[in-house]
Write a protein that binds this ligand. Sequence first.
Ligand code: ATP
Ligand code: MG
Length: 328
Amino acid sequence: MPRVFSGIQPSGELHIGNYLGAVRNWVALQDTYECLFSIVDLHAITQPYEAQDLAPRTFDMAVGLLAAGLDPEQCTIFVQSHVPEHTALMWAFNTVAPLGELERQTQFKDKSARLESVAVGLLNYPVLQAADILLYRADLVPVGEDQLQHLELAREIARRFNARFGTDYFPEPQPLLTGATRIVGLDGQAKMSKSLGNTIGVLESPEAIWEKLRPAMTDPARKTRKDPGNPDICNLYSLHQHFSPAATVAEVAVKCRGALWGCLDCKRVLADNMIAHLAPIRERAAALRAHPERVREILAAGAERCRRLAAGTMAEVRRVMGFLPAGM
Ligand code: ATP
Ligand code: MG
């Protein structure tokens, strides 16, 4: 059975962009493939964060993923830092990863532009990502389009490592783009992203969802209720397409083009549909929060399985790279 690997950073709340662009897809994949899903805390620390937030965010991300439908009977869910081989393999890959390519990564350019001082970890982020995937010799990586460039680099790293050490040990992982969507943030500008604060959380209360949707950016042509709009360029219309029934989506387009209602009316309908859609996930999350020991057990079992797989890969990596085995 082909193996799938994917990850999500505990850099903030699980948001509807993550859900529509990635997690919903993971839930579907777990029936068909052998799936490994990681909460990539080692990636999350490449951005500014408070140490006291990291553990609770990691735990909350596990709750969110399980509530969204990942089933520990069907897939492996684990925390990246619980498997130290991720960083060991990354170091090996650092010796073959091309610096020029790393500097050209869009995510690096975007994220580093927002920082006063840029750490090497942010540059090497895609090398760690290559290690995440290749540590398990995964065949397929479901990614949003924002991660395609990183995956291409992981393939390049696999090729370079194999060529340098005369092996074919690492396969070139392929992207799995089924249903890939790019959700734009509430600012109507950048992609919805934990680090930009333009998100709606999957586990947010109905009141919080409304508070966030109310001021969200719409088609700027609709200055007043009487100005017609173009739904095709309105971010909220694209959210309707994900959360509202087809008949409502059609009605929204007509009312927007004809200035038959205001943006606030449109947002209220969207909020109601979004809240209804997310309600079962919120309920499951509350049930899981009542049993935190269950979540911890799931993560412990996932890490144990991954450490076993990772040890096999690292033994082979050490062998082909020519290291003196320990104890000799
Ligand atoms: P950060 O801002 O910290 O990078 P993020 O919101 O981009 O956080 P990630 O943890 O980097 O989230 O990505 C997790 C998964 O969610 C990835 O598969 C990524 O492709 C997908 N994803 C992230 N943002 C979006 C979005 N706006 N639309 C669709 N998919 C997304
Ligand atoms: Mg991201």
